[in-house]
Design a protein around this ligand. Structure first.
Ligand SMILES: Nc1ncnc2c1ncn2[C@@H]1O[C@H](COP(=O)(O)OP(=O)(O)OP(=O)(O)O)[C@@H](O)[C@H]1O
Ligand SMILES: O=C(O)c1ccc[n+]([C@@H]2O[C@H](COP(=O)([O-])O)[C@@H](O)[C@H]2O)c1
Length: 274
């Protein structure tokens, strides 16, 4: 029978999850934000997890993939200071997603497995120490410098509960990039999927179920992968957004308004003069 007491007890015993999305966020789009909502909803609906936090972790300026595979003439990755500023604008309307700049501040590009390990350790120490500020602190910071990054996270109550689980949140293109020869190491893929877990949002032109079926390793850890179908297949890609910006085309409703304002102000992505 339903009772508030049982509901509270279930909430306390259901494993808590922190979702982390790693990527260029060049720039952050409305689809990135939606990816978090889809991932949280789907995990919570399984009844097996309770999502408590989302982390956006942009890559550092040393990430060279774009230069190698997308644009042989040079990297079109905007500096991390701009990408993180835009993320801060985008998450203003969210009370559970935060920016974490640890990865973007590194002096070299780091494999995603290393980023997850860092956050796994950070979660463990937050859990063990139980001395961290609540997320409301960030929203009360009206008098501080706008550019000051607050990487504080929700307080994790230690006690009988287990520490939160960390899961990588991604689009199916990232999952399918596991199959690109020489891009990811097998050990890293095994750690990401076997130890942490994956929440993967379908994307136009991808077939994550088939991709998992065709990989022995992913099939082995299948129970750690949640595929979430995005039925509103309005494909927003940062590449296409950058292209539209460079051509002076409107990107309204594809990016949060303050992000568009910032891009125009800073003349990012080759935005032409008015
Ligand atoms: N439209 C989308 N649907 C589902 N996932 C998405 C979508 N756009 C981005 N993502 C996911 O967000 C994460 C970070 O994305 P990323 O910064 O690489 O954006 P992107 O649009 O794929 O960028 P680019 O076009 O520059 O390669 C990745 O896991 C990516 O798969
Ligand atoms: O860990 C790896 O080996 C690895 C190999 C290729 C890409 N990644 C990560 O995957 C993300 C891809 O982002 P993007 O914008 O290039 O689609 C980014 O966070 C990279 O650091 C990670």
């Amino acid at each position: 029978m339903f009772s508030l007491h049982n509901l509270k007890r279930n909430m306390a015993t259901t494993p808590k999850v922190v979702l982390i999305a790693c990527g260029s966020f060049n720039p952050v789009t409305n689809m990135h934000m939606r990816m978090f909502e889809l991932g949280r909803d789907a995990l919570n609906k399984t009844g097996r997890f309770h999502v408590i936090e989302g982390i956006i972790s942009p890559v550092s300026d040393h990430y060279k993939k774009k230069a190698i595979t997308m644009n042989p003439l040079g990297s079109d990755l905007a500096p991390a200071k701009h990408r993180t500023h835009m993320i801060k604008q985008a998450i203003k309307t969210s009370d559970w997603i935060r920016l974490d700049t640890w990865e973007s501040e590194q002096s070299q590009w780091l494999e995603t497995e290393k980023v997850l390990t860092h956050h796994r350790e950070a979660l463990d120490s937050r859990y063990n120490a139980n001395i961290h500020p609540t997320p409301t602190k960030r929203r009360k910071k009206t008098k501080t410098n706008e550019d000051e990054v607050d990487n504080s996270a929700p307080r994790i109550v230690a006690g009988s509960e287990e520490p939160p689980v960390l899961k990588l949140l991604c689009g199916a293109d990232l999952l399918e990039s596991f199959g690109t020869p020489g891009l990811w190491s097998d050990e890293d893929i095994e750690t990401i999927v076997g130890k942490h877990g994956l929440v993967c949002i379908t994307r136009a032109g991808t077939n994550p179920q088939k991709f998992i079926y065709e990989s022995d390793m992913l099939t082995k850890f299948q129970e750690n992968i949640l595929i979430v179908t995005e039925w509103m297949t309005n494909e927003i890609s940062a590449t296409k957004v950058r292209r539209a910006l460079g051509r002076g085309e409107s990107v309204k409703y594809l990016l949060p308004d303050p992000v568009i304002d910032y891009i125009r102000e800073q003349r990012l992505y080759g935005v032409p003069d008015k």
